[in-house]
Design a protein around this ligand. Structure first.
Ligand code: ZN
Length: 131
């Protein structure tokens, strides 16, 4: 199924086609799903570039919710965005010890979520992307 073109064209040697903004496949050969890479930048993106303790958008760092020294993993489920100030304040403590809890429970984002929130593809994609 082709959605109306967005004004761009695709060119072959002999033809040119209006570029669709969405192409839906009727049949799909399943490929291994890799997911979103666990990187500092992607964690910031998931957390909306916002400290998960005070809401600041500046001086962002990564915080292990459960500190590594206390068995916390380096994973989507234990890493959140924290500003330098909150990270220093929380130090080497668990949320209970520091009485500091992330505003959102850390989660593993889906690739579709990243596309929807960060691609600028626009609303055409909404009905095809699941969270
Ligand atoms: Zn903060």
């Amino acid at each position: 199924m082709l959605r109306p073109a967005n004004g761009h064209k695709l060119h072959t040697v002999t033809h040119s086609f209006a570029m669709p903004s969405v192409i839906r496949l009727n049949r799909y050969v399943k490929a291994p799903y890799k997911g979103v890479n666990l990187t500092r930048q992607n964690i910031f993106r998931r957390d909306n570039n916002q400290c998960q303790y005070c809401g600041a958008h500046k001086d962002l760092t990564l915080d292990h919710v459960i500190p590594s020294s206390k068995g916390g993993s380096h994973s989507w489920l234990n890493l959140v965005t924290a500003c330098k100030r909150c990270n220093a304040k929380k130090g080497n403590h668990t949320p209970e010890e520091a009485a500091m809890y992330p505003t959102h429970k850390p989660y593993r984002p889906s690739y579709a979520l990243f596309l929807r929130d960060n691609s600028g593809f626009g609303n055409d994609w909404d009905e095809y992307l699941v969270r």
